[in-house]
Write a protein that binds this ligand. Structure first.
Ligand code: ADP
Ligand code: MG
Length: 219
């Protein structure tokens, strides 16, 4: 049954080392290609759940399955999950193209193939002529599109975005929300998108799930 979904989270708890439980019994089933928004106030456990799916936090109860495979014993770098953070976390000393190629270099993809894949991604995020640009010369929105391209480059099976628009100003946020949705839909990738902004969730997602004090509920 789990194989019918890209992602299944089954009764997952995340309890931190200090004994605080940030995620309680989370259940989530995401079909392939769906964009889910995880909407909730600051401190409700959104990042914790996302990081647990990525393998950056340990699940202390329950299970997470990606295409039916239990991820419990799979380390972060082998999960085949892409992640985009609020501030992009780009490498400042690499240009745009070399930020995007980072994951491909890690996977030891041949150079010619890397070049072709980077060109494809630059096109996808509408930055075709920006490959040689330094990160410091980009706008906030352009940086986030580079971050998205970098996370998509190794063709992950799941994309996780943790408040990717929150650092941008209001009107840019709306435009970029529409753009990000279009880009994600074009690739067909399954995505979970965290936000505290109701409008943003509605614009970006196929389905909105509310998180409150560590508990999930369908909206
Ligand atoms: P959100 O992303 O929704 O703002 P978080 O997942 O970051 O929420 O945090 C959820 C709760 O877990 C908060 O109360 C936060 O203080 C707590 N928390 C986050 N990280 C840790 C940690 N390393 N140790 C203990 N508590 C933590
Ligand atoms: Mg957070």
């Amino acid at each position: 049954m789990n194989e019918n979904y890209a992602l299944v989270v089954k009764e997952a708890d995340v309890t931190y080392a200090n004994g605080f439980t940030a995620v309680h019994g989370a259940c989530l089933q995401v079909p392939e290609g769906e964009i889910v928004a995880l909407l909730g106030a600051s401190g409700s456990g959104k990042s914790t759940l996302l990081r647990a799916i990525a393998g950056l936090e340990q699940v202390t109860a329950g299970n997470i399955y990606l295409y039916g495979k239990d991820l419990a014993q799979v380390p972060v770098h082998k999960r085949n999950i892409g992640m985009v953070f609020q501030d992009g976390q780009l490498f400042p000393h690499r240009n745009v193209a070399r930020n995007i190629s980072y994951g491909l270099e890690m996977h030891r993809m041949p150079r010619a193939q890397i070049k072709a894949r980077v060109a494809e991604l630059l096109q996808l995020v509408d930055l075709a002529d920006y490959g040689e640009r330094q990160i410091s010369t980009l706008s906030g929105g352009q940086k986030q599109r580079v971050a998205l391209a970098r996370s998509l480059a190794p063709s992950p099976q799941l994309l996780l975005l943790d408040e990717p628009l929150s650092a941008l100003d209001r009107n840019l946020r709306e435009t970029l929300a529409v753009q990000l949705r279009e880009i994600i839909k074009r690739t067909g990738i399954t995505a979970i998108f965290v936000t505290h902004d109701h409008d943003e969730a509605d614009v970006m997602a196929d389905r909105v799930i509310v998180m409150e004090k560590g508990y999930l509920r369908e909206n």
